[in-house]
Ligand binder design. Structure first.
Ligand SMILES: [Ca+2]
Ligand SMILES: [Ca+2]
Ligand SMILES: [Ca+2]
Length: 219
């Protein structure tokens, strides 16, 4: 009995260690433009039939992939940390990510938004259980897009948080069609991927266009 108990404890320790393995970075590259991400990272496909690496990660039906218009999609953004696809949502108040196997240590990502948003990390699936961490996301300035041909949302900022315990879901919240995320990194307080060159910080006219709206050239 004693040795069986020890084995059980060892298995629990190993499972815990596995949950905190090397950071996983979700770049959304390969997902379809305006496709629901669904099981793209879960051994299945997005709503357009594309599949990515199986990390055991599922996204709620409102979570959409968006490809930069400069790369043939309909995204109104620039300077994303991994070109040319990001996560955003057009309906509801948040996109939810479920990680059945759990993850620990920390969580981080890049985001771009004119308005304030938030990210909540929970220990249960689908935004349930205890709130492990909250990251408040101030609206950031987006103006001249240096390094990316076009796009109103062009100031992707890295941000992250460390927490205790094992997380199983994350809500990415904000104003629908006005906030985008990329290089979502599980297991690290600093997001993976290159940090884009900071754009100019002149506070010129913030376009009221949505994330999924390609900016039209002014006549
Ligand atoms: Ca662009
Ligand atoms: Ca781009
Ligand atoms: Ca990307």
């Amino acid at each position: 009995m004693k040795s069986i108990l020890k084995l059980a404890m060892l298995a629990a320790t190993l499972a815990s260690a596995q949950a905190m393995a090397a950071p996983v970075v979700l770049t959304f590259e390969g997902a379809g433009n305006l496709a629901a991400i669904n099981d793209f990272y879960n051994g299945g496909t997005d709503s357009a039939g594309n599949s990515g690496t199986n990390y055991g990660i599922n996204f709620s039906g409102t979570s959409l992939a968006l490809i930069d218009s400069d790369a043939g999609g309909s995204g109104n953004f620039g300077n994303e940390p991994s070109a040319s696809t990001i996560l955003f949502f057009q309906t509801g108040g948040a996109a939810t990510m479920n990680v059945a196997g759990g993850f620990g240590t920390g969580f981080s990502f890049f985001y771009s938004s004119f308005q304030a948003g938030f990210v909540n990390v929970y220990d249960g699936l689908n935004g349930t259980g205890s709130l492990l961490a909250t990251v408040l996301l101030p609206g950031n300035t987006n103006s001249a897009c240096v390094g990316d041909p076009s796009g109103s949302y062009c100031n992707f900022i890295p941000i992250g948080v460390s927490f205790a315990g094992i997380a199983h879901s994350v809500d990415f919240g904000g104003s629908a069609d006005n906030i985008g995320f990329d290089n979502i990194t599980l297991g690290a307080e600093v997001p993976g991927g290159s940090v884009p060159e900071p754009g100019t910080l002149s506070l010129i006219g913030l376009a009221a266009l949505g994330f999924g709206a390609v900016r039209r050239k002014q006549a």
